[in-house]
Write a protein that binds this ligand. Sequence first.
Ligand code: CMX
Length: 142
Amino acid sequence: MKTNEFVKGLRAKLDHIGIAVNDLEVATKVYEMLGLELEEREVVPDQGVEVAMLPAGDTRIELLCPMNEASPVAKYIEKRGEGLHHIALQVSDIRATMATCVANDIRLIDKEPRTGAGGKLIAFIHPKSTGGVLLELTQDTE
Ligand code: CMX
């Protein structure tokens, strides 16, 4: 396996777990009843979703609700129903991690990072390359 020098030795951490839902209000209330607190709600136009973020220990639950039929989350729910949609790993250098993916034939969905929730840089890796799990790379911009 070829490892990009920038990535070598740096650790990724679990940033959030994305769950696709039909009704953000209803789903948020369920997780609040389970003891989590709503941190924020945000529209992410680039992804066609509204999200609710609920911190859970060192990570967060991200509830995702599609805003239109073109959203990948709408397609996911139509095909599979509500459920676990993706996991997100926070990396310190998203471009270096993406370069490592390219060098190792790991299939990127995004060729360039784009803007996700919280203004972070994000890029998706295809589930075919990651054991059937849609994987989001995310990098803080602050
Ligand atoms: N998790 C696991 N597998 C998934 C998946 C998911 N979330 N979404 C699709 N797949 C699988 C499908 O089941 C299908 O598998 P098979 O070929 O075995 O049937 C395959 O991937 C292709 O799926 P598709 O429905 O034919 O193709 P799509 O046009 O829906 O594209 C994908 C799939 C992953 C490329 C697309 O959903 C995508 O680009 N996702 C990234 C963007 C995204 O999800 N944004 C929302 C997140 C918002 C946020 O966090 O900010």
